[in-house]
Design a protein around this ligand. Structure first.
Ligand SMILES: O=P(O)(O)OC[C@H]1O[C@H](O)[C@H](O)[C@@H](O)[C@@H]1O
Length: 550
């Protein structure tokens, strides 16, 4: 997509108007905004699918939102969105379409890439995954010695790990509790060691997940897993077929590794790694939760896709959340964004979003290669409440940084909690509601004094408030709701990339470290190349070699 004719973001009249508006807003407090509009708490809310989204505790007025929508219009967000859904090659630096939305399109949809409808292929793979998952779950698929598969070990990294690993945790209460499912990503041998040390190879299936099938960490771990299996079974290569399947776009490399391509589940170059867990990359998850639940999750994704594609700007939740992030980055100098789920099952949710957001929008040149002189993607961070409250929330409440935060909670606890633990849900949710209240409204010096606090302690016990938060509340954490949440964040990230005019779908920034590691590895084991290292790295490598006796 040619963007050369586009006015630079910070030279558009819409950007200038927002800057002026920001000055007018000054230090206006959320207390004031709520006092001015008694209906703000119900009026500044939107709904998409099962998600109730409250954005009333943001430092915005109707005018702010209008100006932000004008910025979105001026920067062509809707046009780029439509181009994405149509299958145009909007990932220009890799010359690829961006079609994760096709992964959850209904069977009768028609989405073309280079003149070919990709939807039948998507469903053929989903059907193949479902048939395989059913065979593993029923015990029909057996290992080399005829034993039933009881353990599934997913080996992958980045997008080939974070998505399925996160979703497995989120949907744990929907999993087959008889199956052990583990995820190995780190090239540190300790990761694979801990994953397999108590498993019986005869009952273990390895799912090797790699879009490229060239990622060094994954191929190294997969090779070690194969050795562990064959040694444990005291078997030859022919045992691999019953214990290894591959999820990849690269059939050649899969065959080269020794996995029968009949046991390969395919996806395509128009699925980015960090947008891939609803593709074949979700196989371990599908084995754990079953095909029906997996399809419910895809329907959840699709529901939000359709909302993003068709809802008017005023009601479009991903558009709103994306624009709010643009607002804080540009005009409040916010450097980070916290995602704070009040569900233990969402423990890996923020780690997943880190790749989704930071690998997508951690860019400093625009789509034409010019340096940007505006903020792009924030540092995304956070862990489940209430743990964070007893650790880093201090800084959010009383520190010097502006940290917009998303609070995600559920009206009901998951279905299979032990009955005695269900009552704890009210306490969890009381914290959930209390935190956004405290962050927004704080506590004034007068309120502190009224409690009889000694004057010298008043500044310490004052909460200035005015910290912006979004609250996302759903009834229950189901597969569909997970799909809705992920699609919401995917499209939020899209909106921001579109406004900032960056390519959200490449990741050139991860390459340099990989190249340098390849050069350093032989030096560690006594080979040549050390003389080319800078003095710091050379000294560190030398210390390492000395310690290892080389
Ligand atoms: O799935 P793979 O090809 O093994 O890639 C795994 C990961 O590694 C790369 O370095 C990219 O930064 C990620 O976007 C990708 O998800």
């Amino acid at each position: 997509m040619n963007t050369r004719s586009r006015t630079r973001l910070n030279q558009t009249p819409e950007w200038t108007a927002l800057g002026k508006h920001r000055e007018q807003l000054g230090t206006t407090h959320l207390r004031q905004l709520f006092a001015d509009d008694p209906r703000r708490g119900t009026g500044f809310t939107l709904r998409v699918g099962d998600l109730h989204v409250d954005y009333s505790k943001h430092l915005v007025t109707d005018e702010t939102l209008r100006l932000l929508r004008e910025l979105a219009a001026a920067t062509g967000v809707a046009e780029l969105r439509d181009a994405m859904f149509r299958g145009e090659k909007i990932n220009t630096t890799e010359d690829r379409a961006v079609l994760h939305t096709a992964l959850r399109a209904p069977r009768d949809a028609v989405i073309e890439v280079d003149g070919e409808n990709v939807v039948p292929g998507v469903h053929a793979v989903l059907d193949k995954m479902a048939a395989f998952s059913d065979r593993v779950r029923s015990g029909e698929w057996t290992g080399h010695t005829g034993r039933r598969i009881k353990n599934v070990v997913n080996i992958g990294i980045g997008g080939s790990d974070l998505g399925p690993a996160m979703a497995y945790e989120v949907l744990r209460s929907f999993t087959d509790r008889e199956l052990t499912v583990r995820f190995v990503s780190n090239v540190d041998g300790a990761d694979l060691h801990e994953a397999v040390r108590d498993l019986d190879p005869a009952e273990t299936l390895f799912v090797i997940a790699s879009k490229t099938f060239t990622t060094i960490e994954t191929i190294t771990n997969a090779t070690s897993a194969r050795n562990w299996l064959l040694t444990g079974l005291n078997a030859g290569q022919d045992a691999v077929a019953k214990h290894f399947v591959a999820l990849s776009t690269n059939a050649g490399k899969v065959a080269e590794f020794g996995i029968d391509t009949a046991n390969m589940f395919e996806f395509w170059d128009w699925v980015g790694g960090r947008y891939s867990y609803d593709s074949a990359i979700g196989l371990s998850l599908m084995i754990a939760i079953g095909p029906d639940r997996f399809r419910e999750m895809l329907d959840g994704f699709h529901l939000v896709d359709e909302h993003f594609r068709t809802a008017p700007a005023e009601e479009n939740v991903p558009l709103l959340l994306g624009l709010l992030g643009v607002w804080y980055g540009a005009f409040f100098d916010a450097q980070s964004h916290a995602v704070l789920p009040y569900s233990h099952y969402l423990s890996k949710f923020t780690a997943y979003l880190q790749q989704l957001d930071m690998e997508s929008n951690g860019k400093s040149v625009d789509r034409d290669g010019n340096p940007v002189d505006w903020q792009t993607g924030p540092v995304v961070w956070g862990t489940p409440g209430t743990n964070g409250q007893h650790a880093y929330y201090q800084l959010i409440h009383q520190g010097t940084k502006v940290i917009p935060a998303d609070f995600i909670g559920f009206a009901e606890p998951v279905a299979d909690l032990l009955p005695g633990l269900v009552a704890q849900h009210d306490l969890l949710m009381a914290n959930f509601f209390a935190q956004t209240q405290a962050l927004a409204f704080g506590k004034t010096p007068d309120e502190v004094r009224a409690e009889g606090v000694a004057e010298e302690l008043v500044p310490h016990k004052t909460f200035k408030g005015n910290h912006p938060t979004t609250t996302i509340l759903a009834d229950r954490l189901t597969p569909s709701v997970l799909g809705q949440l992920i699609a919401l964040y995917e499209h939020k990230v899209f909106v921001q990339g579109a406004v900032w005019n960056i390519d959200s779908f490449d990741q050139w920034g991860v390459e340099l470290g990989k190249v340098l590691a390849k050069k350093i590895e032989p030096v560690l084991t006594g080979g040549q190349g050390g003389e080319q290292l800078d003095s710091s790295t050379a000294a560190l490598v030398e210390a390492y070699r000395a310690r290892r006796g080389r």
